[in-house]
Write a protein that binds this ligand. Structure first.
Ligand code: AHR
Length: 500
């Protein structure tokens, strides 16, 4: 198979946004406890946070971390997680049928963010709680001092406010599984009033209102329309969540998951713009794609405990990712970058152990899943501006999406260095793809590096014992002559080509 792509510096979509490379930490399974936090671990700090996980988070290139949920936040009392650790209550977490010992709360999380060099993105509980509790938390985190909650923070050891900028107004309130689930009208009103009041404390916040939990939700589209009609002037972003998985061995459809993500983003942006027009609003609402990943939701590990069993930090949602999963993760990042004009933030859900690129053994090793690599390489190399590409590629038939191009790609161009970086996926199940890049808009570029993640066995998964035998490898086929580049992409592969 062969495909050609024309890249031109004039085709700018928008800037590469650091917040595209966010992630998510929820009090769920072993994400916090024995993931981030493991006081017995040899690398643990005074707060009990694992140093090896902090190092891997930095290597992954994560920029923001959303916290503390997820479904968990809809029953969470943030006050349980402050003050002396030995006096904190244990609580039932209804979302994941677990017990939360509250060993980690907002102060510990802020200290972890400082260590990992990431921006915190907080979510407030609009399931079982409302405006007042959101205001209390904001006062605790962002008011310098001289009030009841800000002085409590100071007494708890944080003299300076945390200045949290991004806030999620609840989580997946469209989902019938959500504790405190609401209709679009009920939620839209509550979100608007919570946002309005939060801005009275801090007008510079960036507020995310809940969009749909997936494009397959029966209320998708109408939910966004109603919620934004109620809250438009008070919020900045609407959220989007999407999880993909290979169903019934249909690899071709799975590899085309970004087709759904593209459609999702376009549909939400159009709905937001329709509300803008109808409401005569000036500003534009953008998208915070604050949960996205591959997640095998039907596997037993995704089922919470039941009955009288309310464990602390059970093994939940610990998906082991293979090479095809990593190709899809890389492709979803291509889709997010391609929509950088409307997607202003995104969070890979989640960071550690729970549908995560980083895995840990309690007290033991930490390792990188296959999905770690496309994320880390994209976060490291995407720079400057995102360019729209002119693509000419053969198509492959899929059961879910009809004919889809075997190639999906995006490029970034850094006007400061002149460098161009191409991220590309070959979705063919069987064939190499000979890719020709027309670079006449960038005379004189040379290949600085080309790297490909693939394996003849696309079901290969990393383990603690072997996380390295299938890694992105140098792609030695990449070359440039007369301002055209050629590179061969193996079947079921993700690649990055850096041109300087
Ligand atoms: O990321 C796992 C769960 O997926 C989150 O708690 C929830 O928001 C979504 O349904």
């Amino acid at each position: 198979l062969s495909a050609s792509v024309t890249i031109d510096p004039a085709f700018v979509v928008g800037p590469v946004r650091p917040r595209t490379f966010g992630s998510f930490v929820e009090h769920l399974g072993r994400c916090v406890y024995t993931g981030l936090h493991d006081p017995e671990h040899p690398t643990a700090d005074a707060d009990g946070f694992r140093g090896d996980v902090v190092d891997l988070t930095r290597e992954l290139g994560v920029t923001t971390v959303r916290y503390p949920g997820g479904n968990f936040v809809s029953g969470y009392r943030w006050e349980d997680g402050i003050g002396p650790v030995d006096q904190r209550p244990r609580r039932l977490d209804l979302a994941w049928h677990s017990t939360d010992p509250n060993l980690v709360g907002v102060d510990e999380f802020m200290r972890w963010c400082a260590k990992a060099g990431v921006e915190p993105m907080m979510a407030v509980n609009l399931g079982t709680r409302g405006v007042q509790e959101a205001l209390d938390l904001l006062e605790y985190t962002n008011v310098p001092g001289g009030t009841a909650w800000s002085d409590r923070r100071r007494a708890n050891g944080a003299a300076d406010p945390y200045k949290v900028k991004m806030w999620c107004l609840g989580n997946e309130m469209d989902g019938p599984w959500q504790v405190g689930h609401k209709t679009a009208h009920e939620y839209g009103r509550l979100a608007a009033e919570t946002a309005r009041a939060m801005r009275m404390i801090d007008p510079d916040l960036e507020l995310v209102v809940c969009g749909s939990s997936g494009s397959q939700m029966p209320t998708f589209g109408d939910w966004e329309r109603v919620v934004l009609s109620e809250s438009y002037e008070h919020v900045d972003h609407v959220s989007a969540h999407a999880y993909y998985w290979e169903e019934d061995g249909d690899l071709a459809s799975f590899l085309a998951s970004s087709v759904d993500m593209d459609h999702f983003v376009d549909a939400v942006a159009s709905t937001a713009d329709a509300v803008r027009a109808a409401g005569k609003h000036d500003k534009r609402i953008n998208i915070s794609f604050d949960e996205w990943n591959v997640w095998y939701q039907k596997r037993a590990e995704s089922r919470p405990p039941s009955g009288d069993d309310w464990p602390v930090a059970p093994v939940l949602l610990e998906d082991r990712y293979n090479v095809a999963d990593a190709v899809v993760v890389g492709n979803l990042l291509i889709s997010l970058l391609r929509h950088t004009d409307r997607v202003h933030a995104a969070s890979l859900a989640q960071l550690v152990n729970v549908i995560a690129p980083i895995m840990t053994e309690p007290g033991g090793r930490a390792w990188r899943q296959t999905t770690f690599h496309p994320f880390a390489l994209t976060a490291r190399y995407a720079a400057g501006e995102v360019l729209r590409l002119a693509v000419d590629a053969p198509v492959q038939e899929t059961a879910k999406f009809g004919d889809v191009p075997v190639l999906d790609a995006v490029a970034t161009h850094d006007p400061e260095t002149g460098g161009v970086v191409v991220f590309a996926v070959n979705r063919s199940l069987t064939d190499d793809l000979a890719l020709d890049l027309d670079l006449r808009g960038f005379p004189g570029l040379r290949v600085a590096e080309a790297v490909t993640l693939s394996n003849p066995d696309h079901t290969w998964s990393a383990t603690a014992d072997d996380a390295t035998s299938v890694l992105p490898q140098p792609n030695t086929t990449a070359k440039v002559a007369d301002d055209r580049a050629q590179v061969t992409l193996p079947p079921v592969s993700w690649s990055v080509v850096r041109l300087e």
